[in-house]
Design a protein around this ligand. Structure first.
Ligand code: DLL
Length: 435
C-alpha cells in the first residue's frame, strides 16, 4: 500500500480536476505576487482567467535557470522573507547559485513527497537508515532526513564522505538502508572491498539513490555488488529537491507526484509539446508551492512520460529514468550521444569496472570522444597486449551498437577520481564558444 493512497491512487479523472484547480490557483498567485511573471504574462497577453483546462498550461511562458540566476537570491519569491522558514541552494557548475525558499507549508509538502518516495522504496519505521547525501545547502541531505524522520526510522546522518567511517558505521549500527548518490554507492562498495568487508553479508537491504543520471545497468551493478535493492529518487532544487518522482517495487519508471507537479515533455529545440511516449525535455509547473512557484520550468532533463496502472494501485504518470541532460548531449559523427548510452555499453563488457570518464575535444570541425575507463585487476595483470585487446573490444562494441568511432583508453586502476556526490563524467576540452 502506498504512503498516501488518497493521492497516489486517486482516479485519473479526479486527479486531473484537482490539478486544474491547483494550476488556476498557482497562476493567480504568481500573477498577483511575482513581478517577473506579471511582466511575462503581460508581454504574452495572458491573464490568470485564460487557464480553463490543463492543456492551457502550454499558453504559459517557460522559466529557465537563468531567470532564477537573474533574480538571485529572492527576486522570484512570492512571500515576504519572514514567511520563509528554510532556504536551500544549488551551486551548479557555472555562475551564481539558485535558491529554493520554502514556507512552512512548502516544507510540509516536501516532507510528504519524501515520505512517499522512501515508503515506495520499502523503507519502514524499524529501519536504521544511513544518510550519506551531503547535508547543507544541497537538498539531498535534509530532504531525505525529513522524509525518514516522518516515517519514524532510526536515522544516522553521516553526510557525504569519510568513506571508511561510513563502512564502520554501517557495520556497527547495522544500517539496513543507505541514502547517497549512485556514484557514491559505488565508491562505498569499492572501499568496502578494499577493507575486506563484505557488504553483502551486512544487514544493508535497500539504497535510495539519485541526484545524477545512472543507467539500469549501473543500478544492476550496484545491486549485485552490495546485495541490495537500488531504488531511486528524482528531483531538483527549483521544485523542492528530491521527492518529485520515485520508483516503487516494480522498478519500472518513476511515479511523478502529480498532485504537486504538473509534467510536460517538449521538443528541446522547438519547445513544442510532445505526446506521451515521446522523448524530450521534461518541464514542470509546481501546483502547490507558495514561496517560489515555478511555471513551466525547463529542467533540461531528457525522458519520456507514460501512464498505465501502477504498482500497488498507483495512478500517477510515470517518467523513464533520465537519459541525460540536454546540455550534456554530445554530437559525435552526427550522432546524438548521451553519456548514459556509453555507460550502458561499457557495463556490458565484463572486463571493465564501472568507473569511466568521457573526454570531448575538437578536431577541425568535428567533436571527438575519448572514453577513459578502468578495467578489472586481471586485465592489468595480464599485460599490455591484453589491455589493448580490451580497448579494441570496447571501441568495437560502441561502434557496433551506436555506429560512432571513439577512442578508448584503459586508464590505470583507481586513477579516476572517486565520487562522494555527483560524479563528474564529462570533461569538455572544446573551446568554450564551440560547445
Ligand atoms: O540533485 C535533488 C536530489 C537530491 C535528487 C538527492 C535526488 C536525490 P539539484 O542539485 O538541483 O537537486 O540537481 C537537479 O540533478 O535536474 C537532474 O539533472 C539531476 N537528477 C536528480 N535526480 C536524478 C535522478 C538534486 N534520479 C538535477 N536521475 C536534475 C537522473 C537526476 N538525474
Amino acid at each position: 500500500m502506498p504512503w498516501n493512497d488518497k493521492f497516489e491512487c486517486m482516479p485519473v479523472e479526479e486527479l486531473k480536476k484537482f490539478q486544474l484547480k491547483k494550476l488556476k490557483e498557482t497562476v493567480s498567485w504568481v500573477s498577483e505576487k511575482i513581478p517577473f511573471y506579471q511582466k511575462k504574462f503581460k508581454e504574452m497577453g495572458i491573464k490568470a482567467g485564460d487557464i480553463k483546462s490543463l492543456e492551457d498550461v502550454t499558453k504559459l511562458p517557460f522559466t529557465v535557470k537563468n531567470d532564477l540566476r537573474d533574480n538571485y537570491p529572492f527576486g522570484l519569491c512570492a512571500v515576504p522573507l519572514e514567511e520563509v522558514v528554510r532556504v536551500h541552494a544549488s551551486s551548479g557548475t557555472t555562475g551564481k547559485p539558485i535558491t529554493g525558499p520554502y514556507t512552512a507549508e512548502d516544507l510540509e509538502q516536501w516532507i510528504e513527497c519524501m515520505a512517499r518516495n522512501l515508503w515506495a522504496a520499502g523503507v519502514r519505521k524499524e529501519d536504521v537508515v544511513q544518510n550519506a547525501y551531503g547535508h547543507g545547502l544541497f537538498t539531498g541531505g535534509l530532504g531525505f532526513h525529513q522524509g525518514a524522520t516522518k516515517i519514524g526510522c532510526t536515522l544516522v546522518p553521516t553526510g557525504a564522505g569519510m568513506t571508511e567511517r561510513q563502512i564502520t558505521i554501517m557495520q556497527d549500527f547495522k544500517s539496513n538502508v543507505l541514502f547517497c548518490t549512485p556514484s557514491y554507492a559505488l565508491t562505498i562498495a569499492e572501499r568496502a572491498e578494499e577493507m575486506k568487508v563484505d557488504i553483502k553479508k551486512l544487514p544493508l537491504r535497500v539504497g535510495v539513490f539519485g541526484a545524477e543520471p545512472w543507467t539500469v545497468a549501473m543500478r544492476q551493478e550496484i545491486e549485485e555488488r552490495m546485495g541490495i535493492k537500488a531504488m531511486e529518487a528524482y528531483g531538483l532544487t527549483e521544485l523542492c529537491g528530491p521527492g518529485v518522482a520515485y520508483d516503487a517495487g516494480d522498478q519500472n519508471g518513476l511515479y511523478i507526484n502529480e498532485d504537486l507537479f504538473l509534467p510536460e515533455i517538449v521538443d528541446p529545440q522547438t519547445l513544442e509539446p510532445l505526446p506521451e511516449g515521446e522523448k524530450g525535455e521534461l518541464i514542470f509547473t509546481s501546483l502547490q508551492r507558495r514561496a517560489m512557484p515555478m511555471i513551466r520550468y525547463r529542467t533540461k532533463d531528457i525522458t519520456q512520460l507514460w501512464r498505465e496502472p501502477g504498482y500497488e494501485g498507483r495512478t500517477f504518470i510515470r517518467m523513464d529514468k533520465i537519459y541525460g541532460r540536454s546540455d550534456d548531449m554530445l554530437i559525435i559523427s552526427g550522432v546524438n550521444v548521451f553519456p548514459s548510452q556509453i555507460e550502458a555499453l561499457l557495463l556490458e563488457i565484463e572486463e571493465v569496472e564501472p568507473q569511466y570518464r568521457l573526454v570531448v575535444s575538437k578536431k577541425g570541425y568535428l567533436d571527438q570522444l575519448k572514453v577513459q575507463v578502468e578495467a578489472k585487476k586481471e586485465v592489468y595483470e595480464a599485460g599490455e597486449d591484453r589491455r589493448h585487446e580490451i580497448e579494441g573490444k570496447i571501441a568495437a562494441h560502441i561502434k557496433g551498437m551506436m555506429g560512432i568511432g571513439v577512442g578508448v583508453e584503459l586508464v590505470d586502476m583507481k586513477s579516476i577520481a572517486r565520487s562522494e556526490g555527483k560524479a563528474l563524467r564529462v570533461i569538455d576540452e572544446r573551446p568554450k564558444q564551440e560547445r
